[in-house]
Design a protein around this ligand. Structure first.
Ligand SMILES: NC(=O)c1ccc[n+]([C@@H]2O[C@H](COP(=O)([O-])OP(=O)(O)OC[C@H]3O[C@@H](n4cnc5c(N)ncnc54)[C@H](OP(=O)(O)O)[C@@H]3O)[C@@H](O)[C@H]2O)c1
Length: 253
């Protein structure tokens, strides 16, 4: 797979799946725009990518819930690289809680990052993607279709993201722009640490997920990165409007 001369913008590139995707694509010669809030982490990933292909990524410290930041992300991408070929909407957060135990502040925060920011950033990116006949990969989750009782707002946000993927794919198909999603099962990243679980709790949770998964394993971040890269590549030129589970078979049970 070759991303030579392709400009790829990844949100949430300072950690987890976004960082793994950045590193994976740097090895395929992509020109990267890396977005995250934690500047130190972002710079660390940017340096790692630069060492892989000799191309300095554009690292943008930004909060995707701020409209001005979203406008700056697209403006600086075009100023720096002159075009945009691939948008990876990856930044995301979660919180614990079902309908009995949730709060509206955390609902609003999840929707702001996982759905509103994706909507607005995609709007801003669309003219450039139409021009480049580029593509979009959204990072959804198996919880978009697999109900659970522990993260209601998050699950809803990912269901919305799947429908967003399909509707925008339909709308932009005449422009030659493809839109797909990946739907990972549980991957050990900071997303779960950020909701306040201890290492022991995370290990127990991971162990339970692995044992309840048909392939008896967790999904790894680099596997998700490979799937994102495939969907963003010309090898997937006939694929649009699809939401791809990568879950060790967890959706089967
Ligand atoms: N891990 C899983 O089990 C799993 C499973 C299915 C889907 N996913 C999805 O995968 C995506 C990435 O999650 P992850 O597991 O890699 O989690 P992670 O390690 O916590 O990474 C999340 C990334 O999103 C960024 N982010 C969060 N809020 C932001 C904001 N307001 N503005 C800018 N950036 C923001 C973070 O940036 P900073 O750290 O710099 O703030 C970080 O780079 C999410 O959409 C998540 O829903 C994860």
């Amino acid at each position: 797979m070759d991303f030579n001369d392709k400009v790829v913008l990844i949100t949430g590139a300072s950690s987890g799946l976004g960082a793994a995707t950045a590193i994976h694509l740097s090895k395929q010669s992509a020109k990267l725009v890396l977005v995250g809030r934690k500047e130190i982490n972002l710079k660390k990933i940017a340096l790692y990518c630069e060492k892989a292909n000799g191309i300095k990524p554009l690292a943008i410290t930004a909060d995707v819930t701020e409209d001005e930041d979203l406008e700056r992300i697209i403006r600086e991408t075009i100023e720096n690289f002159g075009k945009l070929d691939v948008l990876v909407n990856n930044a995301g957060i979660t919180a614990m809680g079902g309908i009995k135990k949730s709060d509206m502040a955390s609902y609003d925060k999840i929707m702001a990052v996982n759905t509103r920011a994706v909507f607005r950033l995609t709007m801003l990116a669309t003219p450039h993607l139409v021009q480049s006949k580029g593509c979009i990969v959204n990072v959804s989750s198996i919880t978009s279709t697999r109900p659970n009782t522990i993260s209601l707002a998050y699950n809803m946000s990912k269901a919305a993201l799947d429908q967003f993927t399909k509707c925008v794919a339909l709308e932009l198909a005449p422009d030659g722009v493809r839109v797909n999603a990946v739907n990972p099962g549980f991957v050990k990243t900071n997303i779960i640490k950020n909701i306040g679980l201890t290492e022991d709790q995370i290990d127990l949770y991971a162990k339970n997920i692995a044992s309840g998964t048909p392939l008896k394993k967790l999904v790894e971040a680099n596997e998700v990165a490979s799937l994102i890269a495939y969907l963003a590549s010309d090898a997937a030129k006939s694929i649009t409007g699809c939401c791809y589970p990568i879950d060790g078979g967890r959706l089967l049970v």
